[in-house]
Design a protein around this ligand. Structure first.
Ligand code: HEC
Ligand code: HEC
Ligand code: HEC
Length: 296
């Protein structure tokens, strides 16, 4: 390799390394999600009553937005323009709901789509429509998960439950820790030959697990539109009959004279995956977002 090429490679490597280092330094601390505009609070329960006002406006906005393209594809330009006019009015209205977000609803893309529709040129309409769609998407990728974590997922991080073993009122996370420890303790004690201890831990686990379903109704309710009474929605998964059968099987296995530790660990693992882990996949991310934002 000649000297010139070696130098060139050296320079290229340094550039790559420098870009790497500078991107480390440039990594802005993640925008603090608490900077979600406080004015959003009044658009969501409990401040707004029972309605998720912002979400309702979004759905209203999406309807004519999609209507535009549906009619363009069906060659009904006049109807498409009607949808556009409705959408433009809603776009202006929504842009003022949260003053901190007004700038995220730029005028230029909407004007461009209006002009393209008037021109009737399909390519221009499609391009302008995509640019406007990007306005929606850019805000969604940044703010939608945060808004959902904050307003749609309930308040697990603040949930208190009655511990049916001690009758104490404790944090839900503490209840989880107790329950998790008992389940692990079954295997650990069996491995150490302490069968009676293992049986006691199973009893504690079983009692807390059977009580877990009562926690779900804190959030899983639906208002009957006719009577206005909120009813508990029976849960599938995580605490349903399939898992209860597994827990009962674990109980039988541990009560035999010579508990089969391999089989017991296998059933424990299934419970830990199908109940614990899968429920965590659904409910923990939103809960941890709230902790991260110090909302406790
Ligand atoms: C509602 C569905 C749900 C089910 C079912 C569930 N968990 Fe949890 N678990 C959660 C949530 C939500 C958290 C986070 C709570 C918090 O930090 O405030 C959590 C947290 C935990 C923690 C961490 C507690 C801490 O603060 O360190 C443990 C341990 C745990 N769960 C064990 C279990 C075990 C073991 C099972 C199954 C036998 C189980 N969980 C079943 C929802 C569930
Ligand atoms: C300034 C931010 C912002 C802009 C701009 C925006 N949205 Fe949204 N949108 C949101 C947020 C935040 C949510 C989540 C609301 C919730 O779940 O409570 C949402 C939710 C939605 C939903 C419901 C999604 C679902 O999962 O059901 C639709 C539909 C929607 N937006 C359509 C649009 C359309 C169409 C546009 C553009 C014309 C648009 N939005 C522009 C912030 C924005
Ligand atoms: C702090 C509030 C809260 C609690 C407590 C809670 N969940 Fe949920 N869960 C939600 C929300 C919000 C969703 C999103 C969809 C919805 O509202 O159904 C959800 C979704 C689910 C889903 C998937 C969608 C569905 O509705 O089937 C399952 C399954 C589920 N939860 C099971 C449980 C079980 C089992 C428990 C009790 C052990 C539980 N949840 C406790 C808030 C909660």
């Amino acid at each position: 390799m000649n000297k010139y090429r070696r130098n060139l490679i050296g320079i290229l490597c340094s550039i790559v390394i420098l870009i790497g280092i500078s991107s480390c330094f440039n990594n802005k601390p993640e925008q603090n999600p608490r900077t979600l505009p406080t004015s959003l609070n009044k658009l969501y329960p409990p401040v707004s009553g029972t309605e998720p006002v912002w979400l309702n406006h979004m759905k209203e906005l999406a309807y004519p937005y999609e209507g535009i393209m549906i009619d363009v594809k069906e060659n009904q330009l006049n109807l498409a323009i009607e949808h556009f006019n409705k959408m433009k009015a809603l776009y202006q209205e929504v842009s003022h709901l949260v003053p901190e977000w007004t700038k995220l609803f730029p005028q230029e893309p909407i004007e461009r789509l209006g002009k393209a529709l008037k021109s009737g040129k399909i390519d221009e309409i499609q391009a302008a429509y995509d640019v406007l769609g990007r306005v929606c998407f850019d805000c969604h990728i940044e703010n939608l998960p945060k808004v959902q974590h904050k307003y749609a997922w309930g308040q697990f991080h603040l949930l208190l439950v009655s511990d049916n073993l001690t009758n104490d009122i404790i944090k839900f996370s503490q209840y989880m820790k107790f329950m998790g420890m008992s389940l692990t303790a079954v295997s650990i004690d069996l491995e150490e030959g302490q069968v009676e201890q293992a049986r006691k831990h199973f009893k504690d686990f079983n009692a807390r697990f059977n009580n877990l379903e009562s926690v779900c109704k804190n959030c899983h309710r639906k208002k009957d539109p006719e009577t206005g009474i909120s009813k508990v929605i029976k849960r599938k998964y995580f605490v349903d009959e399939n898992i209860q059968t597994q827990v009962a099987l674990l109980g039988q296995l541990i009560e035999t004279d010579q508990p089969d530790i391999i089989k017991i660990k296998q059933v424990s693992d299934e419970i830990a995956t199908d109940s614990c882990y899968k429920c965590h996949l659904v409910h923990v991310p939103a809960t941890y977002s709230r902790y991260k934002w110090n909302e406790h």
